[in-house]
Design a protein around this ligand. Structure first.
Ligand code: HEC
Length: 125
C-alpha cells in the first residue's frame, strides 16, 4: 500500500470509529432524565400526532393536545406507564412504526426522547 493511501485509510477509520453508535430503540441506553415534556416531547406530538389525535379528530379517543390528554389515554385505557417505556402502548406504537399512521415516522432520536421521558417518570415538566 502506498503511503498516501494508508494515511487516507487511517484517517477514515478513526473518523468513523468515534461515532459507531447506532441509537438503540428501547431502554438499553442509560436514561437521559433531562428530557422535558413541554420542550422536547410536545413539539413532536404537535407536529406529528395531533392531526389525528386532537381537535376535530380524536382517533381511538386519544387526545394528545395536552399532557392530561396524553396521560388519560385512549378508549382502550392508559397508553403511558410512568417509569416503564417497555410497558407503554404509546411507546410501542412509535417503536414499531405503527404511529404516526400517516406521514413521516419519527427518527430514532425523536423516539428516544419519548422513551427517556417515560422512563424518567413521564412528568409534566
Ligand atoms: C394519520 C392519522 C394518525 C396520526 C398522524 C397518528 N395517529 Fe395514532 N392512531 C390513528 C388511528 C386511526 C388509530 C386507531 C387504531 C388504528 O387504526 O391503527 C390510532 C391509534 C393510536 C394509538 C393506540 C390507541 C389504543 O389504545 O389503541 C396510539 C398509542 C397512537 N395512535 C399514538 C400516536 C402517536 C404517538 C402519534 C404521533 C407520533 C400518532 N398516533 C399519530 C391515527 C393516527
Amino acid at each position: 500500500m502506498n503511503k498516501k493511501l494508508l494515511m487516507v485509510t487511517v484517517f477514515f477509520v478513526s473518523a468513523c470509529s468515534g461515532q459507531a453508535t447506532q441509537v438503540p430503540l428501547v431502554s438499553a441506553v442509560p436514561t437521559n432524565s433531562n428530557v422535558s415534556f413541554a420542550n422536547d416531547v410536545m413539539p413532536i406530538i404537535e407536529s406529528r400526532c395531533v392531526k389525528c389525535h386532537g381537535g376535530e379528530s380524536v382517533k381511538k379517543g386519544l387526545d394528545m393536545t395536552t399532557y392530561e390528554g396524553v396521560m388519560k389515554g385512549s378508549t382502550n385505557g392508559v397508553v403511558i406507564e410512568p417509569g416503564n417505556a417497555d410497558n407503554s402502548p404509546l411507546i410501542e406504537s412509535i417503536v414499531n412504526k405503527k404511529m404516526p399512521k400517516r406521514g413521516t415516522k419519527l427518527t430514532p432520536e425523536e423516539t428516544q426522547l419519548f422513551i427517556d421521558w417515560v422512563n424518567s417518570g413521564a412528568e409534566n415538566n
